[in-house]
Each structure stands twice: as C-alpha cells, then as structure tokens.
Design a protein around this ligand. Structure first.
Ligand SMILES: [Zn+2]
Ligand SMILES: [Zn+2]
Length: 491
C-alpha cells in the first residue's frame, strides 16, 4: 500500500487533501493523472451498463435531498455506529473496534512503566487486559452511544432545526424518489434499471487505508426494478436478476484487468443482512490491506419504494398490463465505489520487473482505463523537423484521446516514465521518419510504436496511425496489429 500511495503522489494520481495545511482527515484529491483514470472508470461503466443496454437509463440527482428521504430510507434511525468516548483524552472510538487496536498500558508490576501491547493481548508482566482508553491508557471509556454517520448541514440562511438537511450518504435514494418520474417520462416496461454515478458522504469514525474508506467518495449505483410476480427459468424474477447482476459485475471487473485470483464472492450471513435486504452478495477484492469489499449487490425487495410511498403519500407502483394489476417492483442494487475500484485497478496493475538488469515499474492498466493513451516522444529534440512532426502527431491524436508530448529526457528514461503511469503506447519520431536534408535523404514517413507490456516495437506509416490506435485503444490485441507491420527490436 505504501508503494501505491507514494507512486500516486509522485506521479500525480492522488494527493492528500489540503496537504499544505496538514491535510484533512481521510480526504484525498485526484491529481492530473488520477482524474483521467477516475473519469475513464466512470465512462466505461456508464457505457457498458447504461448506454449499451436497452433496459437501462441514467439520472444525475442533487446531493441535497428532502430530509424526509432519510427518515423514510431508515438512515436517520439506523445509519449509526456505536461509539465510546475516553473521559480523559476525549478520543472517540467505534465500540466494536476498540479491541482491534494496540493498547497503551501503565503497568503496576513494573513501577508504572508505559507499554504498547498488541491488540487483544494481555500485559506480559501483570497479566492485565485492557479496560481503559487504548490510546492514552488513562481514561475510562463511556458506555456506547449511537452516532449517526450522515453529515448534517443547514439549508437556507437560518441555522435552525427546521432547516436541517443532510449530505446524501448514498446515491440510491434518488433513484427511488424519481422512480415514477423516470417510469412515466421514458415509458419503461419492467424489468428496467436506473443508474447514477455521483458523490456521497459518510462521517466515518475510523476511515483510512488511503482511498479505500473516505468520508467523501463517489459511487456508481444501479437500481434494477423487476416484477416480483414474474418467473424466469422457474425462479422468481428478482432472484434470477440478482444472480445475473452478480455475474455481469464480476465479468466487468475481470474485463478491465482485475485478476481472477484477486476476486471472490462473499454471501452475507443472515445476521449481517441490512434491514431491507433479502440477500446480499459482495464482490471482494484482495486489496493490499487484505480481502475487502469492492462492491455489493443487494436484493432490496420492495422496501424502499414502499417506504417512500408511505412517507410521501404518492403511489410508487407499476401497472402490469398482462395481469391488470398494480405492483410494487422489487429492486436489485449493484453498488460500486469509484475510489475503491480505482484502488483495485491500480493495485492489480502494479508490477515491478527486471528488464536487462534494471528494475522496471509498470502499471499494466487496461488501455481504456489508462490516464494517458499515447505519449509522443521525439528521438532528437534539437532537430526541428522531428519536433515539429511529433507535435503534429500529438495534436492529431489528441482530438480523440489523452495524448502527451515529452522531450525532457533521453528515450529510455521517457519510456520508463510512461510505463510507470500505465501509458499503453509510445510513438517515437526519429531521423528515419523525417529524413536528413543535409545528406539529401528523404524520410520514410514512418514512426515507431512501442507496446508497454511486451516492449515490442513496430514501424507504422504516419497515415495509418489514427486507424491503428482506434483498433488498439478499443480492445484490439497488440499481437494481431503488430503482425501487419515491420518489426523493430524491443524499446
Ligand atoms: Zn484516552
Ligand atoms: Zn501490566
């Protein structure tokens, strides 16, 4: 994890928020390359799950919603963690996490010497177990109190109870409260889904592990509505679609590079199911911190639509033409975190290898996710023709993709820099490309394309660059493209 954090800072993926002021608790800023990677993740998700499907539509709702939304959803009453406070140092802990921390102990058996003892272990000198504050080792802890994780704020100029509202803790509720608007305006038939990608806020007490758990984060959520009276392949429609979505989401993460051995499904036990859920399955990823949730796919039944109907007094039903009846749809919710997905893609892509006796760091990011698609590098920056041609190539390709020009180091160094940020292809312009007027040599009008993963190089005519990159950057295999052109040695 430290390696990823340091690479992220050094190469402009992720910075600590407000770093020059000492940073803000668990908030992170995406830098120039991070924002490209993050946008690419959201773009392919939207394209694959919304644009590409006839049964999906999207919305973009406001973050501030009517406060009653959170009463109806259960967040006001149930979205809480049990907290304990230290009476001495005033630190606050999650009651169920206190025993997971190493604890400070002033040992009476050794004249009150101070020790830090590993979590859950007793003192090796006096045998005592932790009862006091694990941090200061002096204060007693209060009884657990419920602490709501929603960020509270005030709407309008007066800070009074009547104007209290909340930053949304999830994007899901906007899909439920807009259910009828979307249904009527788009004339949809069940089953159909509403998707949204956007920011959510949770005042987590113990955030951490880089961008894994943060107080402000981005979600990509789908609410997929099905008719609970339908059966598909002999099973209730909601159960059938739940399994379909689990498969589709898993396949999506694999498609963009997460390795099979780092992914697993985890079925929630009956005791950990949310109050609304009939069944929840997590897709876990083997993060640098261990196996943890990458996304969850829940069968939320008709809980949300019924709750909002009850609290708003509006009917949120669907008219089943065949059965001539109004039904409250069931909903399957695939909910993914953008930041977590980004961390998983980064972790899975990171490789250190040895090339010709030197260490090479490569981010083997899927070309569609890579922040920079192509780097154009002039082999000699003092030759005007070479530099001019390279700038021209950058400008042409940049109409379609994020493409950079770099001449600030020798070619080997430039390749390593691009490898480290996951740029799948480099284009070099050399003397052969433009020719040498002094010697009366004419250029061949070809440039070298280097593949990040194999380091193989091919010579491609300038006129073919556009079509070659269209093929490579939309999933075309290097081997099949490279086979059509003249090979050069590795670069
Ligand atoms: Zn304390
Ligand atoms: Zn002791």
């Amino acid at each position: 994890m430290d390696t990823l954090v340091s690479l992220s800072k050094r190469r402009g993926f992720v910075f600590q928020s407000s770093e020059i002021y000492g940073g803000t608790g668990s908030c992170w800023d995406y830098g120039p390359l991070g924002v490209e990677l993050k946008n690419n993740i959201k773009r392919v998700w939207w394209r694959d799950f919304v644009q590409g499907r006839p049964d999906m539509v999207g919305i973009d709702a406001s973050i501030l919603m009517h406060p009653t939304v959170w009463k109806a959803s259960g967040h006001l009453d149930h979205f809480t963690d049990p907290m304990v406070d230290c009476r001495e140092c005033k630190l606050r802990f999650r009651a169920d996490h206190v025993d997971e921390l190493p604890w400070t102990h002033y040992c009476p058996a050794t004249k009150g010497n101070k020790f830090t003892i590993p979590a859950r272990e007793p003192c090796g000198h006096c045998g005592a177990r932790r009862t006091l504050c694990p941090d200061c080792g002096k204060g007693e802890l209060t009884a657990p109190r419920q602490f709501n994780l929603m960020f509270k704020t005030f709407m309008g100029p007066v800070e009074e109870d009547a104007s209290v509202t909340y930053l949304r803790p999830e994007t899901a509720q906007a899909m439920f409260v807009n259910f009828d608007n979307v249904l009527q305006s788009m004339r949809l038939k069940l089953p159909f889904g509403i998707a949204q990608a956007g920011r959510s806020f949770r005042n987590e007490i113990t955030p951490g592990n880089f961008i894994f758990r943060t107080r402000e984060f981005e979600q990509m959520e789908i609410e997929y509505f099905v008719n609970p009276h339908d059966t598909i392949e002999g099973r209730p429609a909601d159960e059938y679609w739940h399994d379909r979505w689990i498969e589709d989401c898993l396949a999506w993460f694999r498609r963009y590079g997460l390795r099979e051995e780092n992914l697993r499904l985890r079925e929630h036990g009956k005791d950990e199911l949310s109050h609304y859920s009939k069944r929840t399955v997590d897709i876990d990823y083997r993060f640098p911190i261990g196996w943890s949730e990458l996304m969850g796919i829940a069968n939320r039944t008709d809980f949300d639509l019924k709750q909002h109907s009850k609290f708003s007094g509006k009917s949120l039903t669907y008219f089943d033409e065949e059965r001539k009846e109004h039904v409250v749809p069931y909903v399957v919710e695939p909910a993914a975190g953008v930041d977590r997905a980004l961390l998983a893609f980064l972790a899975d892509a990171y490789v250190e290898e040895e090339v010709r006796g030197e260490k090479r760091v490569v981010l083997r990011l899927h070309p569609e996710l890579a922040p920079i698609k192509v780097a154009v590098l002039p082999l000699l920056k003092k030759r005007e023709e070479i530099v001019k041609t390279a700038h021209g190539i950058r400008a042409d390709l940049a109409k379609y993709w994020r493409v950079v020009y770099d001449d600030t180091a020798a070619i080997g160094r430039l390749y390593r820099r691009q490898d480290e940020v996951g740029t799948p292809y480099c284009v070099t312009v050399d003397v052969q490309t433009v020719g040498d007027q002094a010697k009366g040599e004419v250029g061949d009008g070809k440039v070298t394309i280097r593949d990040r993963d194999s380091m193989e190089q091919i010579r491609v005519p300038l006129t073919a660059l556009g079509s070659v990159f269209r093929e490579l950057l939309s999933g075309g295999a290097w081997a099949s493209v490279a086979g059509r052109f003249e090979r050069k040695g590795e670069g």
